[in-house]
Design a protein around this ligand. Structure first.
Ligand SMILES: Nc1ncnc2c1ncn2[C@@H]1O[C@H](COP(=O)(O)OP(=O)(O)OP(=O)(O)O)[C@@H](O)[C@H]1O
Ligand SMILES: [Mg+2]
Length: 947
């Protein structure tokens, strides 16, 4: 077929394809009314891509398939994969792409939370796309995207956000004004910067004339003008009109104009209806059956639904092909979606519902998968049929396990409308709430509440309420979660295991609420100070809560650490609940158990990367960053915090804690301006009082102190302190706000107040019994105390920290000690601690402190070791991390997958690293890093990333 007057659009598509083959992916939307020629253009794009050697992955959405889980995604990937050998297919699913397997072939985990399943599926599909595009550039061509299922639309948006870095081109055709929901889903993709939007217009009169000429022979001008007016230049309309006129034997001359005017139909639909009308009855019946069956229109199915013998159906189908209603081939399919719409709309509503019901029955007998039945059941009128409810429920479970919670929710809503029996209703509502929560739907919470309301017994209510609380926790609604759980817990038998789980969840959300919430949480802890009561606890969440509560309220470190270890051990093998690990490992870090904390974080990161769980991975790297900061592994801590912020765009809510962790690290690295830039006051105000907001305010206070603004620092630190103390969170190992505030007061000349704060912190830290906290407190007291006493305290501080594992703080205390000795005129004695401080801080990557130590050494009359600025030092933290992984033998996709970043990010980091290390490539990397490391030995443990 010849495509007329589309040179501009075709050139634009060719350019995008061209860039795509060169590695710079792109995105085009072809928009316009029915019949204007969108699909024709899409085909042009596919031809151009094929000619360039691209792999073409095509899919066409149908009106009936809007609720098929991953319908479009499956169609286009299965199209491509079916052309590969089994061995090649296996290779494509290696690494993170493995999670795409369940999407395409089924068999997902039913016990995985829906949101996780969706994120995992998207992650897997992204990496499958990457793998395919590494073999040959890829064109993804989706026709009629307005009818694509919601899960596939999510994938389209997900891919569109990352497409720039891949040799992948995405072209969609969209008919505006179709379903609202998909219009909204597509809007984000359409508005991406760089997205080309093509809007083919009506054909001109000469083009219309050319089409008429091709069908009817050269028309005279008047006839051609009349055709152009009648069709308004819509190519589909022109083709249909020509076909109609040809059938009626009308010649294209002015003489035929009266006939043309008389035959003038008001619409394309009228032409089509007219054409169908002339066909035999069985043809109309078969067409109707095909319209209902959609993708399942085999000849046998169509014959069955049409109520005619198969031979007769075959003859009817031939007639329909000849009349251009169906395209030739099996399964039966309409020549154009517009034709289907006309046929379908001619079936009376009640009959439609019945026919869909029969179609479902037919497919059930044939053993079709539940989703295929479900799309038909959705089109039936409710009839109180338990079999319908059961099928929809099963389809919903399958869909949810594949991460298609949107479809699951649709099925469950329909099942509830059947209506379901009293016995099934609560369970259906519960599943519906989970599905809605998985995709962040606004109705999840009320649906959970309805499910709780309808549940028959207190145990079921408790289990639903726990899920509700987790949902509220994800969106930061901690107080509401706590309020939900309190009456639920009260109704449970305390001896019931479930009671522990609910209490664990309750204390968790209460603590996260901050303020009065934390207070009630800590009050609950009191009971567990009794060892016998503690013995009874086995639930990992409750144990982690108890550990956190013990740590925060300043119970002895030994107790807090014991509870944290117990929480980690209580998790089933191979499973890692991110919030349990996060709580427990933070507590271990408060208690200076750095190795154990790091191990827990590493395991969670490995688990997250292996299972494609962004949530688990995100928790893990944020956690590891903070542990690294406390230990003094600042380069690693920086890389982890940056990694966490990189993935924040796929994360719900504001990342306050990760920002805090990065600010802390940057202050030590001497990058105060960047730290300042990270601080956005809006989310801090919005979440005021919440735990993570407190953490970030504390970091801001320390930054202000480093910036030389003790007044602003004091505001932040005292504000945080007041809130912490009023909630009972007194432990300085959690946040040493008193000592920082003491330094601020000292700088402001408020000596007595400074001393009081520092003294209080020393005694609290002593009671807790962890070296890092005590060392910090002693140091600050040493700084603010009168000179003689001060020296003594600084010496104690350095001693306490020596061997504690808190290297950064050790270095800081040595530096302060050296400085104080120098000020006391003991320049000779000052040199040794200053040299040690310089060495230690340089190895930690603590640039700010190292600089200070150098200055002090010079002031003490010593000559600081000359710094050899090594190539390795010039690497940023993230570059160093990627370089180390590459040196360890990981491939770029492996590195990108385990860090949840794009391939391009990895490539950029490596290119920079090569340049800074002055090497040509990967093979020289290991040698170069080793050579450079020899200049300044690193203290940081070797990377342990999944390969
Ligand atoms: N530029 C053109 N020149 C000649 N014929 C065309 C042109 N564009 C489309 N056609 C023909 O017009 C008919 C309708 O085009 P097409 O199916 O591409 O429309 P569409 O915009 O995809 O419609 P829908 O929204 O219903 O999917 C097809 O038969 C196609 O071959
Ligand atoms: Mg089309």
């Amino acid at each position: 077929m010849q495509v007329l007057e589309r040179e501009t659009e075709i050139d634009a598509l060719a350019a995008i394809v061209e860039r795509g083959t060169g590695g710079a992916g792109g995105l085009a939307l072809i928009e316009g009314p029915a019949g204007i020629g969108k699909s024709a253009l899409l085909e042009c794009a596919a031809d151009a891509a094929g000619a360039q050697g691209m792999t073409v992955a095509p899919a066409r959405a149908g009106e009936l398939e809007r609720d098929l889980p991953w319908g479009i995604v499956r169609e286009l990937f299965l199209h491509v994969l079916s052309r590969r050998s089994a061995k090649e297919r296996e290779k494509l699913f290696e690494g993170a792409a493995v999670r795409a397997r369940a999407v395409l072939y089924g068999g997902g985990r039913e016990d995985e939370p829906g949101g996780e399943a969706l994120a995992g599926s998207l992650h897997g599909l992204y990496w499958l796309t990457v793998s395919l595009s590494q073999q040959a550039p890829l064109l993804v061509a989706v026709d009629d995207a307005q009818w694509a299922d919601t899960s596939s639309l999510r994938w389209i948006a997900h891919l569109a956000r990352r497409i720039d870095d891949l040799p992948v081109v995405l072209v969609l055709t969209v008919r505006p004004g179709e379903p609202e929901s998909s219009a909204r889903a597509l809007a984000e993709t359409a508005s991406r910067p760089g997205a080309a939007r093509l809007r083919p217009g009506p054909l001109s009169q000469p083009a219309t004339k050319a089409l008429v000429a091709a069908g009817l022979g050269e028309p005279d001008d008047e006839f051609a003008r009349a055709c152009a007016r009648l069709t308004a230049g819509n190519p589909f309309y022109v083709h249909e009109l020509v076909r109609e006129l040809k059938g009626a034997g009308i010649s294209p001359t002015a003489g035929s104009l009266p006939q043309l005017e008389r035959a003038q139909p008001e619409s394309v639909a009228a032409i089509l209806r007219h054409r169908l009308h002339r066909l035999p009855d069985s043809a109309a019946a078969v067409a109707g059956a095909v319209a209902v069956l959609g993708p399942d229109a085999t000849l046998a199915n169509a014959a069955h639904l049409a109520g005619v013998p198969v031979e007769e159906a075959a003859t009817a189908a031939d007639a329909l092909v000849a009349a251009d209603v169906l395209r030739s081939g099996l399964p039966l399919e309409f020549a154009h979606p517009l034709v289907r719409r006309v046929v379908y709309s001619q079936i009376p509503l009640a009959e439609r519902s019945l026919t869909h019901g029969r179609a479902a029955g037919l497919l059930r007998e044939a053993g079709a998968e539940p989703a295929s039945l479900a799309v038909h059941l959705l089109a039936t009128e409710p009839a109180g049929d338990p079999a319908t409810v059961a099928t929809l429920e099963r389809a919903a479970r399958d869909a949810a396990a594949r991460g298609a919670s949107d479809a699951a929710a649709t099925y469950l809503r329909r099942a509830l409308a059947e209506p379901a029996g009293d016995a099934e209703e609560p369970q259906l509502l519960w599943s519906l709430a989970l599905a809605e929560a998985a995709v962040g739907g606004p109705n999840a919470v009320p649906t959970f509440e309805r499910a709780i309301d309808r549940a028959a017994d207190s145990r079921t209510r408790a289990r639903i309420a726990r899920d509700l609380s987790r949902t509220l926790r994800m969106s930061g609604e901690f107080p509401r979660a706590a309020a939900t759980l309190e009456p639920i817990l009260a109704a449970l038998d305390p001896a019931d295991e479930l009671s522990q789980q609910v209490e664990g969840e309750l204390i968790n959300v209460a603590m996260l609420s901050g303020g009065a919430g934390s207070e009630t949480a800590f009050a609950r802890l009191a009971r567990f100070l009794d060892p016998a009561e503690r013995e009874r606890v086995h639930d990992p969440t409750l144990l982690a809560d108890l550990a956190a509560a013990a740590g925060v309220t300043g119970q002895p470190a030994a107790l807090a650490a014991e509870l944290a270890e117990k929480a980690l051990a209580a998790m089933p093998a191979g499973e890692a609940e991110p919030s349990v690990v996060a709580f427990a490992a933070h507590v271990l870090a408060y208690c200076d158990r750095f190795a154990a904390a790091r191990r827990a974080a590493d395991e969670l990161a490995t688990h997250g990367a292996a299972s494609g769980s962004l949530l688990a991975y995100g928790f893990a790297v944020a956690l590891r960053s903070h542990v690294g900061y406390r230990e003094g592994s600042l380069r690693d801590a920086e890389a982890d915090a940056r990694n966490r912020l990189q993935i924040a765009r796929d994360w719900p809510g504001d990342p306050l804690e990760p920002v805090a962790f990065l600010v802390d690290v940057l202050v030590e690295r001497g990058q105060l301006d960047e730290a300042d830039d990270l601080l956005d006051p809006a989310p801090l105000e919005q979440h005021e009082g919440r735990w993570d907001a407190l953490v970030l305010s504390g970091s801001r206070g320390r930054l202000r102190l480093a910036q030389g603004d003790p007044g602003a620092a004091l505001d932040d630190l005292l504000g945080v302190g007041e809130q912490l103390v009023s909630a009972g969170a007194i432990n300085p190992a959690v946040m040493a706000w008193r000592s920082s505030a003491a330094l601020a007061r000292h700088a402001l000349g408020e000596r007595a107040e400074a001393l009081r704060l520092a003294t209080e912190e020393v005694s609290l830290a002593r009671a807790f019994g962890a070296a890092r906290a005590l060392g910090i407190a002693l140091r600050c007291r040493g700084i603010v105390a009168p000179a003689r006493e001060g020296l003594d305290l600084l010496e104690q501080s350095a001693q306490v920290l020596d061997g504690s594992g808190a290297r950064l703080e050790h270095a800081r205390s040595l530096c302060e000690l050296g400085a104080a000795l120098r000020r006391a005129g003991r320049r000779g004695a000052a040199a040794a601690p200053l040299r040690e401080a310089l060495d230690l801080s340089a190895r930690c990557g603590a640039e700010a402190l190292a600089e200070r130590a150098r200055e002090e050494l010079r002031a003490a009359g010593a000559r600081p070791r000359r710094d050899v600025l090594s190539g390795r030092d010039a690497l940023t933290a993230s570059e160093l991390r990627v370089a180390r992984m590459a040196a360890g033998g990981a491939t770029n996709p492996q590195i990108a997958q385990s860090l949840f970043v794009t391939l391009r990010t990895v490539e950029t980091h490596l290119t920079h690293a090569y340049r800074k290390l002055d090497i040509r490539g990967r093979t020289e990397l290991a040698g170069a890093l080793e050579r450079e490391a020899g200049v300044e030995p690193t203290l940081e443990p070797a990377e342990s990333h999944p390969r």
